[in-house]
Design a binder for this molecule. Structure first.
Ligand SMILES: Cc1cc2nc3c(=O)[nH]c(=O)nc-3n(C[C@H](O)[C@H](O)[C@H](O)COP(=O)(O)OP(=O)(O)OC[C@H]3O[C@@H](n4cnc5c(N)ncnc54)[C@H](O)[C@@H]3O)c2cc1C
Length: 501
């Protein structure tokens, strides 16, 4: 019997398997395809995902396939700059470049190679899930391998990471809520030659043009991505032919200036699963949600799911939490992630509404409004500012501004990152202004008075949130904050009660 069976070895599944494997659990993970999907879909990742790769020891393996995300300049009806999305300035809060572009297939290959080295993780590639039955102690998965041989696998817990058309989701009868976004776009990846590169913009661009909203993203190396909205009456199939695609690209490139890597017509949706858990089965990644492409958050959201769920499942499997507390902990996964996905999707839809305004007079009014809002001079907006914090779930009752945010990862004076020095369990971080509590209930104590940081990242965070202590969960999200010794004692007691009642 495996501890966890994971269906789907895309970005969400491979990260969940790697984290659970790293924690020593017996993991079985399958994918119906024998190799990674060789066509890039996600092109953006952020520092939160890189911090997860750091945990897995994969930063060096992944970095060659990443580059910093160039600023995205948004241009209005008359080609004027109306918004500029950038990164926060150094010192970087998570210890990594805040937004990156990357090449998906080699990054997925690096993750799978890492899994292949884990003796407690069994990868079944070319193996498709066809059925699933649950009982009180586990679930039995019916599978078919590449030779058509049927078999079964038994596990205590199951995670469906099998993408947008998830069979796991259907088998456990979970429905999707439609958050009302349904747009046909052509997505084109091109490897551009020197002549083409010389002609192309040097930043990523959002063309907020009513005749045809579109995006150009500067990917790693010669990779450039276009997302081009299709107009009513346009045939998505024709647009995705080489001839149709080059016609749509003619504004930027001629066919002798690049090689089409892939071009596909997609309908971008905003969908979220109504429930994220059915008994012993959880959904994660695209199986649980799909969001509009603006800001490139799809894969990041799937990795957030995998991280959130894997430490909670790990705690239950280790017996650290039992009974009602375990149920509450596992239920908090869907509660937290669903609320976060809904909130972020709403924000992405608002960005989409700005980008995709099709009425010219409304688009002009939008341009005027955006410029008026910044006093006529476009200021940089860090992409990360769009991300919401966790708002419900395993969080302290007192809603402070720091609660539910991703805590920074400072460097110590020797340049070592916090997670490398202190590990990743439950941690209490003090900024040196509060006495360390006598009993921390098994938490790792990080007192900046004793272990000073190099760049003042945590000091700035504490100041911004008006506190002197932060209680961190294993996924680096802030359970709660405190400003005085009494608050801190109450916070520690609240966390203890939440995990033991
Ligand atoms: C055009 C496009 C552009 C995108 N751009 C971005 C971006 O810029 N940034 C970003 O973060 N995200 C982006 N995304 C989204 C991103 O690709 C997905 O969010 C991400 O790949 C989802 O990961 P996943 O692991 O949940 O699912 P998937 O990557 O879909 O993986 C699911 C896996 O499950 C397997 N599977 C399915 N059914 C079964 C079965 N029955 N049995 C066994 N295995 C099965 C599949 O073979 C697949 O490998 C984009 C998506 C598209 C379509």
């Amino acid at each position: 019997m495996f501890d966890v069976a994971i269906v789907g070895c895309g970005p969400a599944g491979v990260v969940a398997a790697a984290l659970l494997g790293q924690a020593g659990h017996r993991v079985w993970v399958c994918d119906r395809l024998p190799g990674v999907y060789e066509i890039p879909r996600a092109i953006a990742l952020d520092h939160e995902v890189m911090r997860v790769f750091q945990q897995l020891g994969l930063v060096d393996a992944v970095t060659p396939f990443t580059e910093p995300f160039t600023p995205s300049e948004w241009f209005g009806v008359d080609g004027q700059l109306i918004r500029r999305m950038t990164m926060v300035d150094p010192p970087y809060p998570q210890g990594h470049t805040p937004s990156m572009v990357f090449t998906q297939p080699p990054v997925e290959r690096a993750l799978r190679a890492h899994l292949a080295q884990m003796p407690n993780v069994q990868m079944a590639l070319g193996t498709e899930l066809s059925g699933l039955v649950q009982d009180d102690t586990g679930a039995t998965l019916s599978v078919r391998d590449a030779d058509g041989q049927s078999g079964s696998v038994r596990a205590r817990w199951v995670i469906g990471c099998d993408g947008g058309a998830s069979i796991v989701r259907s088998l456990v009868g979970i429905q999707l809520d439609d958050l009302d976004f349904d747009e046909p776009w052509l997505v084109v990846d091109v490897q551009v030659n020197d002549r083409g590169l010389a002609r192309l913009p040097k930043t990523s661009v959002q063309y907020c043009e009513p005749q045809r909203p579109c995006t150009m993203v500067i990917g790693p190396g010669r990779h450039r991505r276009w997302e081009i909205s299709l107009n009513p009456g346009e045939d998505p199939k024709q647009a995705a032919t080489p001839k149709g695609t080059w016609a749509l690209l003619s504004r930027w490139l001629a066919p002798d200036e690049g090689t089409l890597w892939r071009q596909s017509s997609y309908r971008f949706h905003a969908l979220v699963a109504q429930r994220w858990r059915a008994g012993r089965v959880f959904l994660a990644g695209d199986a649980a949600h799909m969001q509009p492409p603006f800001l490139g958050q799809g894969m990041c959201q799937g990795v957030r799911d995998a991280v959130n769920l894997s430490w909670k499942l790990g705690a239950v499997l280790q017996g650290e939490v039992q009974g009602l507390a375990a149920e509450a902990l596992l239920d908090s996964y869907g509660q937290e992630r669903q609320a976060h996905v809904r909130e972020l999707t709403g924000r992405l839809k608002s960005l989409g509404a700005i980008i995709c305004e099709r009425d010219e007079s409304k688009a002009r009014a939008r341009d005027e409004r955006l410029l008026a809002e910044c006093g006529g001079t476009v200021r940089d907006t860090p992409r990360q500012d769009v991300l919401p914090r966790l708002s419900s779930g395993l969080l302290a009752a007192q809603d402070t501004t720091g609660r539910g945010t991703l805590f920074p990862q400072p460097c110590d004076r020797d340049g070592r990152l916090m997670d490398e020095v202190f590990g990743r369990g439950w941690r209490l971080v003090l900024d040196g202004q509060l006495p360390a509590p006598i009993a921390t209930g098994g938490l790792t104590l990080i007192d900046l008075a004793a272990a000073p940081e190099r760049d003042g990242v945590v000091a700035a965070w504490m100041q911004r949130h008006g506190c002197h202590a932060a209680l961190l969960r294993p996924d680096h999200y802030v359970y709660g904050t405190a400003t005085a010794p009494d608050d801190l004692q109450a916070l520690l007691a609240e966390r203890h009660a939440a995990l033991t009642n």
